[in-house]
Design a protein around this ligand. Sequence first.
Ligand SMILES: Cc1cc2nc3c(=O)[nH]c(=O)nc-3n(C[C@H](O)[C@H](O)[C@H](O)COP(=O)(O)O)c2cc1C
Length: 664
Amino acid sequence: MAGKNHLAHVFSPVEIGCLVLRNRIFVPAHTTNFADNNLPSERHLEYHRAKAAGGAALIIFETIRVHPTSIGRSGATAGYDDACIEPFRKITDAVHAEGAKIFGQIVHMGREVDGTYARSATWGPSEVPWSPVATIPHMMTRADIALVVRNHAEAARRLVAAGFDGVEVHLGHGHLLQQFLSPSSNRRSDQYGGALENRLRFPFEVLEAVRKEIGPTFPMGIRISAEEFLPDGLSLTDMGPITRKIIDRVKVDFVNVSHSAYHASYSLSTQMADMQFSAATFRPLPKTIAAHLEGAAARPPVFAVCKFVDLTEADAFLSEGDISMVGMARAHIADPEIVRKTMEGRLQDIKPCIHCNQGCVGMLQAGLPITCLVNPTAGREGAWPLTPRKTSTARRVLVVGGGPAGLEAASVAASQGHDVTLWEGSRKLGGELNLLEAMPQRRDFLKLLQHQQYQCRAQGVNIVLERSGTAKSVQDFSPDILILATGASQQSVKFAGGGESLTLGEALARGHQLGKRIAILDTLGNWAVASVVEHFCNLAHDVTLFVPGGQIAWNVPIYSSFAWRSRVRERGLKVIAMKDIHSVQNGKVALKDVWSGELEDGGFFDAVIAPGAGSSRTALYDQIEETAAISMDNVVVVGDAISPRSALEAVFEGHRAGRELERV
Ligand SMILES: Cc1cc2nc3c(=O)[nH]c(=O)nc-3n(C[C@H](O)[C@H](O)[C@H](O)COP(=O)(O)O)c2cc1C
């Protein structure tokens, strides 16, 4: 089903305060780290222009920080200096020119922000850190609170001056105002702590100051967390009446309902629910909040968000009547044109968000600008237009290897008018990603492969299966450009004291036949290991994870790993830290203590798995170089064939190779 006519609810206009929006899909605020020394940048402009041109009705610009104690890093956007007005103005103009509206989200993030970058202390309501290893916050004084109230109003003034259409005050996601509101983070005994009236005092002061600054008609909304998912935190039962209290007292033009707290537990992972969560999984939350607002003198529109994967789903939800707009953040990062393509009935053209959290929040965690695993153009729209320009010098391109890197390179090269052939050695495209077929909880990755294959076919790539390529066959083919995407092969680990592990592929192939007791050695800390651990836990094996480095899942973004931890803990995963596997003899495992080097008995296991990074397949490259089959100037190597990493790097490098053939 596709097209505007089928999605009557999504494509009907909606009033938000004094504004009329063209449809009911908005892009929720999402931090990009695109700022240039804390100022809005050209990169922001192109990024948001693409989404406005792509059909979204409303863009909510990422967290605009109201005070230096909330800034944290150079890529974050500051709203505490008039210098932001001019660059913001360029962005709002660009968005308006494409027919969309744009709101700015103002926030102080409180205890989450490490003060090292701004050379300040971390601020919070009480000396309660968000994680056991985070900085202990400075307990804000009344003067600090008064300053932050003023800062919110001043930031709002700058947004009005910069041409924004509305302001969203962040009361959710465990940021400062929620930290004051929540008993889990507010332990104060003054007039800002204790009873609800006191915990609400600071949020009310902010909302009233902002409203006073912007006047009665300029749209102002709030973003809330309807549920903190913390044992001592705010639940939906609390947040319904709290939201009602707010709208009864301050003029609020919309209520954007999210959930979660920025807390080192399952709660954080709910905010960007990953592929393991079902679609639109938190939809009861906005509905319950909406029900609490019924009968209010001025009932504002309610917005819903989280893991809406397509407009059909959004339309079905909107048709129930109590929600006015649906937010799609990651779906827009994956494809900024999702609304327009849906409207035009081009559903297969939509790049599907697979909710892997690797390119978006994974990059944020690393302090880097966001990208997207399925859409490497995210954040590069200026350099890489969404629809690549046609080439004036079509080349004959041969891609060897049909995994995610090769497929991406082939379709992107072909989309510019090059003549592209892809050889894949096996009978099936997809490379290592095909292993995920065996793991139901990771199967959304296969949507990426399906999309890439569709694009290859649509762009006319000539795909040849069961042809691996030799120096001779490459020479005979005589390509102008050869892209080697030959991937990596898995290697079993040979233990120092004897015995060897199963590779991930071998283990998955045997599944239930592996026996009950399974040992998994983790030297990667990434999704490959986390996935296989969860897979065997789900199959009711008795799984022990050995982490010689002492950390668990350290390369899985925390926005996913906290939920993973709670799932595998519930399924009885045992973790043994700081011990390496020394030997495996007939199932008997000997361990080596990484501190002392002492050996000890590790027990008996039916299978020992060690998902290694693998080894790059370089044989074809080496042969070509040795025989001078073609000029090495015309050879580009991408993905695991350079060095085994993840699909994030593979797709990016494939894309870049396909885009930038002229540079070869
Ligand atoms: C990269 C990234 C950054 C985010 N930053 C913010 C932010 O600055 N402010 C905010 O309120 N929410 C932020 N969020 C949460 C989103 O607004 C949204 O609630 C969440 O991604 C769930 O919606 P989705 O499933 O449509 O992506 C961020 C999400 C992502 C993926």
